[in-house]
Design a protein around this ligand. Structure first.
Ligand code: XMP
Length: 531
């Protein structure tokens, strides 16, 4: 096995991580919503994984699927080379729910017909049932709004199927046969289909007879066993960043193997105000983790002297981190495993050839580079969890809410929020302004609603007047964004009073700053961080 195989497996679930008694498998035909479907299913307490449409059936069956969901996708079934449902899945006798392209593939492969629609149907439509008996519709109204996004449509349903619902533009909006094979032309997974979640719930519990045993406690119990089996009597090192993913991973591993794990926390001097002290205290008090705390601020500032180019800053910080981490691991001696807080979106993003060719917008530094260099096996207990599930596991493990609900913080820390050269003086100014932003967001009760909120030191000096004196001081920008996954983001419409308090406090309490602006750029075209 090569290192890259370890990092980005092409096969579905690795059974050694935790046991799965039942699951729903999303067969991915390239829809932008495949992960969203998986999230919806897991919210309903059924384990769900997304697999490529051409994954091996043997691997898929290891997930103990009680149902398949065929995703949408950009192709047309009548094009040559269009992705198809594997014959084994199609004839497995296990219930299938085809969504959009998934329904068209069902129709095409089971003897029906699909053709380009005369009218493309995008956005809202009213779904009217033509059959009130169907289990999928249990407790749903006769007519309900749904969200459509398709050009092709099913023009002839396959033998043995019946039309169960229509919209004005889709004479076959829902079809099914008596063996639990169902097609939906609309998207139940998106928020614009208000009854979509109920419909998915009916599929899980009325059609597939799922038990619904995917709970944080079950995950914790089964992961502890799996970690013990993987690590045996080996020694694990874990890079703790203070973020929720690495904290939860380390705590879970600690529950499994206790003192066989040593955590390394590197203070690079680029953390938020008082963050290093607070984080260390939390680790020691709440999780009894065995933490080596390395104060390397001076080393990092030295390496960043005169560096202004953003990518170079990231590279230097990443390399320094690896050097320090390796030296610490050497001191521990005989290390066999490296623990990482990799999560499911990281796994999916690194899967498939299309991702290896996509442009690098910013080189993200977590502990990338470490596994290859150190030749350690990875322990990644969270690699099949979504962020909200990681948080629930954190709460189940007894971590305090303040840690579990921390906003994401970039690996290179405040260095990517200081435009131009990073110095300890600039870090101090930014920390003070940033602490005010954080406090005011907290006072307004907005911490959980906002994906990230922080201050940026713009690197510009502007003229101001304070008392009778002309000042020439720093410009601070406030950034607050809403996002689901950091891939896209919108600036938050913070109440004027909150902005007013932030600005007033920053110019009064941070002497070096005389001007504050609010960043009103979404992503794209901006990014969340300024560098
Ligand atoms: P951007 O600025 O690319 O950020 O819109 C997207 C998300 O990623 C975080 N971020 C990083 N996280 N190492 C990290 O671990 C990094 O180098 C890094 N750069 C950005 C950023 O805070 C946001 O949540």
């Amino acid at each position: 096995m090569t290192q890259s195989d370890k990092i980005a497996p092409q096969k579905p679930h690795d059974e050694s991580l935790f046991s799965i008694s039942e699951s729903i498998v999303v067969v991915d035909f390239g829809s932008q919503y495949s992960l969203l479907i998986a999230r919806r299913i897991r919210e309903l307490k059924v384990y769900c994984e997304v697999i490529p449409y051409n994954a091996s059936f043997d691997e898929v069956m290891k997930l103990n699927p009680k149902g398949f969901i065929l995703s949408g996708g950009p192709a047309s079934v009548y094009e040559t080379g269009a992705p198809l449902i594997s014959e084994e899945i199609l004839h497995s006798g296990i219930p299938i729910l085809g969504i959009c392209y998934g329904m068209q593939a069902l129709a095409h492969q089971l003897g029906g017909e699909v053709e380009p629609g005369e009218i493309r149907e995008y956005g809202h439509a009213d779904l009217r049932r033509t059959d009130d008996e169907m289990a999928l519709f249990r407790d749903l109204p006769h007519s309900t709004p749904v969200w459509m996004s398709h050009g092709d449509r099913v023009s002839k349903i396959p033998p043995g199927f019946k039309v169960r619902a229509v919209t004005d533009a889709s004479p076959t909006a829902v079809m099914s046969n008596d063996s639990g094979v169902i097609g939906l032309q609309f998207h139940p997974e998106v928020a614009h289909t208000p009854m979509g979640k109920k419909l998915l719930e009916n599929f899980l519990f009325e059609v597939c007879n799922c038990e619904g045993d995917w709970t944080p406690q079950n995950f914790v119990d089964s992961s502890i066993e799996a970690i013990r089996a993987q690590v045996g009597t080996g020694r694990v090192v874990c890079a703790l960043s203070g973020g929720v993913d690495s904290s939860v991973a380390a705590t879970l591993i600690h529950k499994a193997i206790g003192s066989q794990q040593t955590c390394i926390f590197v203070n690079n001097g680029l953390l938020r105000k008082d963050e290093a002290e607070e984080v260390l205290l939390t680790y020691k008090q709440n999780a009894q983790l065995n933490v080596r705390d390395v104060d390397a601020a001076e080393l990092f500032f030295g390496a960043l002297t005169n560096v202004t180019e953003p990518e170079e800053k990231r590279k230097i910080i990443g390399e320094k981190f690896i050097n320090i981490f390796e030296a610490e691991a050497d001191l521990i001696g005989d290390v066999d495993f490296l623990a990482q807080g990799t999560t499911y979106p990281d796994v999916i993003e690194s899967r498939g050839p299309e991702n290896t060719t996509s442009a690098v917008i910013k080189s993200h530094h977590n502990v990338g580079g470490l596994p290859e260099k150190m030749e350690l096996d990875l322990v990644e207990p969270l690699r099949y969890l979504f962020k909200d599930e990681v948080r629930e596991v954190g709460i189940t493990l007894g971590l305090p809410p303040a840690m579990v609900w921390r906003q994401p913080f970039p690996g290179p820390g405040l260095a990517v929020r200081i435009i131009g050269e990073v110095t300890s003086e600039k870090v101090r100014i930014l920390q003070s302004a940033d602490a005010i932003v954080t406090e005011e967001i907290e006072n307004a009760g907005l911490t959980r609603e906002v994906w990230q909120s922080f201050a940026v030191l713009s690197g510009d000096l502007t003229v101001g007047v304070q008392g009778d004196f002309r000042t020439y001081g720093h410009l601070i920008a406030i950034r607050a964004v809403a996002s689901e996954d950091a891939m896209t983001a919108d600036w938050v419409r913070l109440p004027y009073e909150v902005l007013e308090r932030m600005s007033g406090r920053i110019v009064n309490e941070v002497n070096e700053v005389n001007r504050v602006v609010y960043d009103i750029t979404s992503k794209p075209p901006g990014t969340i961080e300024w560098e």
